[in-house]
Design a binder for this molecule. Structure first.
Ligand SMILES: NC(=O)c1ccc[n+]([C@@H]2O[C@H](COP(=O)([O-])OP(=O)(O)OC[C@H]3O[C@@H](n4cnc5c(N)ncnc54)[C@H](OP(=O)(O)O)[C@@H]3O)[C@@H](O)[C@H]2O)c1
Length: 292
């Protein structure tokens, strides 16, 4: 990890006793098509990870289910031994089937196996942050998380996990998790156009808990909006990074993990997220989600 020449936008935010850059990187796009198998351009994938570290990013989001077991091994190959400031956040609670689906795997024995595989593949003795992924590919689902979250809390007590989070979770599930063990982050779907978690974000901000939107750029169908393109054009920027600048300004507890398999896009996103939006621009972008 070299010393970055330009500071990343947004500064840092705590994940428990760890500090991470608010501008992070989501590694899901590094696996093959449909997040299955190896990347078409293996050297390119390794280059993106090394560029993330060189930019000064200290938060990389991953999961054993990406590939499966492909992305974690790429991270290890690119960056191990990890520089001290770098923190890897992983997820357990879903596996992959032969059709590329994401069936849940949340029995205690599934979670113990997943944590062991993440440790092996990443080359670590303890995982910095583990998110319990709830719900399914269609979104959140109500219901108690007690059994799986207690199993992870036990692994945390054993020293295999430093901090816990939840993903694809309802506000009720976040609150239930907090009765079992401290929750340092919530990773849910949220972006300019999908604003269902507005109240949850504000509530977590008041508690100093990080909110990490997945699909910050729209995911597999990147955001397209006339208003976004108009603001970007006026500022001479590409549209997608402007959506990141909006997120950084939306709330101080929002951490970014935009995904890309391209070094050029990674650089463009890091630069564009630093755009200082005027109050008028922020309001114009804010309208996109209110209309959706
Ligand atoms: N907890 C969960 O259930 C869950 C679910 C999904 C994702 N995640 C996490 O969230 C992270 C982010 O999600 P994501 O990667 O799926 O979606 P995303 O960050 O919203 O969007 C990624 C897409 O945007 C494109 N892109 C990125 N920068 C661009 C740019 N500057 N210009 C044009 N296109 C650009 C990428 O293509 P290129 O590769 O061509 O740049 C890719 O197709 C993932 O990596 C993963 O770690 C978590």
């Amino acid at each position: 990890m070299s010393t970055p020449s330009v500071p990343l936008p947004g500064g840092t935010h705590p994940l428990g006793d760890l500090a991470v850059t608010r501008f992070g990187y989501g590694a899901m796009q590094l696996a093959g098509p449909g997040v299955m198998g190896p990347p078409a351009d293996r050297d390119g994938a390794l280059a993106v990870l090394r560029e993330a570290a060189d930019l000064g990013i200290t938060h990389i989001d991953t999961a054993g289910a990406y590939g499966p077991r492909v992305t974690n091994r790429l991270i290890r190959e690119a960056l191990h031994p990890y520089p001290a400031p770098l923190h890897l956040v992983t997820k357990v609670g879903a596996v992959r089937d032969e059709q590329g689906g994401w069936p849940p795997a949340r029995r205690p024995e599934d979670l113990r196996r997943a944590v062991r595989e993440n440790l092996d593949d990443l080359g670590l003795d303890a995982l910095d942050v583990v998110n319990l992924r709830l719900g399914d590919a269609e979104g959140t689902r109500p219901g108690s998380l007690a059994e799986p979250f207690e199993a992870l809390a036990e692994l945390r007590q054993q020293g295999l996990i430093r901090h816990l989070g939840v993903s694809n979770a309802t506000a009720e599930q976040v609150a239930e998790a907090q009765t079992i063990a401290p929750v340092v982050c919530v990773q849910n779907m949220y972006n300019l156009a999908h604003r269902r978690d507005d109240d949850l974000i504000d509530d977590l901000a008041a508690q100093g808990i990080a909110y990490v939107p997945f699909f910050p750029l729209g995911g597999f169908s990147p955001l397209q909006s006339a208003a976004l393109s108009a603001v970007a054009a006026r500022r001479g920027a590409a549209p997608l990074p402007v959506a990141l600048a909006w997120l950084l300004r939306r709330s101080p507890n929002i951490l970014l993990i935009p995904g890309t398999s391209s070094v050029a896009h990674l650089r463009e996103n890091a630069a564009g997220a630093g755009l200082r939006l005027s109050d008028e621009e922020f309001a114009e972008l804010d309208e996109i989600g209110r209309r959706a």
